[in-house]
Design a protein around this ligand. Structure first.
Ligand code: FAD
Length: 463
């Protein structure tokens, strides 16, 4: 972060707030809505509210929006595109290829998807971004629309009156701020919502821990294009699972290409991190040193390391989204889909912020702040892709957990062995190798019956 960039971040403070804001943000009832957290969910809510003529105050604990945000990652932009013009957005690369790899200890079996349509606008609305750049740009759009942003301020609790929420406490001297509505958009580590008893602390079985590095390739300007076979702004998302990716844990690894860096990380069950004593650092190092991964990263230097949690409880562990005077959005509401094939939280965060902002704007027009007046937020979310997608995969995590030894350890090994056998070059006829390869997989699955049972258990994936 350069001094100039930090200065730019500070300039986002609204003139009305001025430097005095950093001393004591005495804004009581100056704003229509207080938003806790300038991540994607909070900023989407701020932008929606400002676009509708309300005055939201966006409070961010980091030195600038995005300073503290961790993700893989691919930003999914269909809703952002509706809210603002993406032309000036700091997008790194569009996703031209998705690749899924099964890793055993030293084997890789991969499937690569490269639909030509992804090379054309709007590129399936999937772009790698660096959150330090993107979140700041997104917050600037909200500020330009009329929102006020205050950074370096942590919300420490909510203010209640007569049971309803009427404001927040911040870590500034005399830092209580009141407004008719509060949007809790504080992300996965939702201490304010939990402290206010608006949601329960999630069981560790429903939380993944993630470690991520951004790597650059000093002295090798074409490393990314050469190694990932890229032209122009095209980029890739590579996803890995199996014991070669995250050891004995339940989870996976990823590589995403940015403009001139790559993002590499692992995400796996917090429960496994605790019981199997697999630290995020050692798990990430294990992944980076896998023979299928290491050559992609050769000669790279780490420029950033971060770690974070991902809520994985899905639809069943969503808290009540509306309360008298307050709503919960984004990761704080558990809105993440992470099932090995999809890792989507950015689109859900933005969608929830948008619906929450719309519901507040409608309630404000009627002068109502009660939970009933805000019900259109959960109603619209329920009928949107957000809850529908979470519900569609609600059964998956538990089932994969049950089958994890088969899916993450035995099958990757069996498929690698079967490939070795099928393509073996010796003087035996091909039929001998084909039969041996088939037998290796069937033995692992428990024959035809086992294969059928497995297909039935996962049939909903293609329904
Ligand atoms: C390793 C990893 C990889 C991921 N990869 C992807 C991916 O590739 N694609 C995808 O779509 N999703 C991905 N996700 C999920 C995605 O990052 C989240 O779903 C999304 O960022 C949620 O947005 P949010 O605004 O709800 O929360 P956040 O982005 O976490 O924002 C919360 C904001 O609130 C601020 N804040 C918190 N507490 C306070 C407080 N008390 N006072 C003031 N400010 C506060 C924080 O500083 C932060 O800016 C990934 C997540 C992780 C951890």
């Amino acid at each position: 972060m350069t001094d100039q960039q930090l200065a730019d971040g500070a300039q986002l403070l609204d003139e009305r707030a001025g430097d005095a804001a950093l001393e004591a943000p005495n804004y009581d009832n100056d704003f229509d809505v207080i938003i806790v957290g300038a991540g994607l969910a909070g900023t989407a809510a701020a932008l929606t509210l400002a676009n509708r003529g309300l005055e939201p105050l966006l409070i961010e604990r980091g030195t600038y929006p995005g300073a503290k945000n961790v993700f893989g990652g691919v930003l999914y932009t269909p809703t952002i595109r509706e809210l603002t013009d993406l032309d000036s957005a700091p997008l790194e690369r569009y996703i031209a290829e998705k690749r899924f790899s099964m890793l055993s200890h030293d084997d890789e079996t991969a499937v690569s998807l490269k639909p030509g349509a992804w090379n054309r606008e709007p590129h399936n609305d999937s772009y790698t971004v660096l959150r330090g750049d993107f979140d700041r740009w997104f917050a600037e759009q909200a500020v330009e629309a009329g929102a006020t942003l205050v950074t370096e301020t942590t919300v420490t609790g909510v203010v209640r009156e007569g049971g309803g929420i009427v404001g927040v406490q911040t870590d500034r001297p005399d830092g209580e701020i009141r407004a008719p509505y509060v949007v809790l958009a504080e992300g996965a580590n939702s201490l304010v919502s939990e402290g206010a008893n608006l949601k329960e602390t999630e069981s560790r079985k429903n939380i993944a821990v993630a470690a991520k590095e951004v790597l650059e390739f000093p002295g090798n300007d074409t490393a990314i294009e050469d190694r990932f076979r890229l032209v122009g702004d095209a980029g890739v998302s590579y996803h890995y699972f199996g014991e070669g990716a995250v050891g004995e844990a339940y989870g996976g690894g990823f590589i995403y290409t940015n403009g001139d860096t790559v993002s590499v990380g692992v995400a796996y069950s917090l429960d496994d991190a605790a019981t199997k004593r697999q630290s995020p650092e050692s798990t990430l190092n294990l992944f980076k040193s896998h023979p299928a991964v290491a050559p992609l990263l050769r000669g790279a230097r780490t420029v950033e390391y971060s770690a974070k949690t991902i809520p994985e409880g899905g639809a069943e562990s969503m808290p009540d989204l509306v309360h008298d005077g307050a709503v919960i959005v984004g990761d704080a509401a558990g809105l993440v889909l992470n099932n090995g094939v999809h890792l989507e939280g950015t689109n859900m965060a933005v969608e929830s912020g948008y619906y929450a902002g719309s519901a507040i704007a409608e309630a404000a027009q009627k002068g109502q702040t009660g939970a009933e007046a805000l019900e259109s937020y959960p109603d619209r979310l329920e009928n949107s892709f957000v809850v529908q997608n979470l519900e569609r995969y609600a059964w998956l995590q538990e089932r994969v957990e049950e089958d994890r030894e088969l899916l993450f350890e035995q099958l990757p090994r069996a498929i690698a062995d079967a490939s070795t056998e099928y393509f073996r070059m010796d003087r035996s006829p091909k039929a001998t190798h084909a039969n041996a390869a088939k037998q290796r997989v069937f033995d692992t699955l428990g024959g035809w019956t086992g294969a059928m049972k497995l297909a039935l258990r996962y049939r909903k994936l293609v329904k």
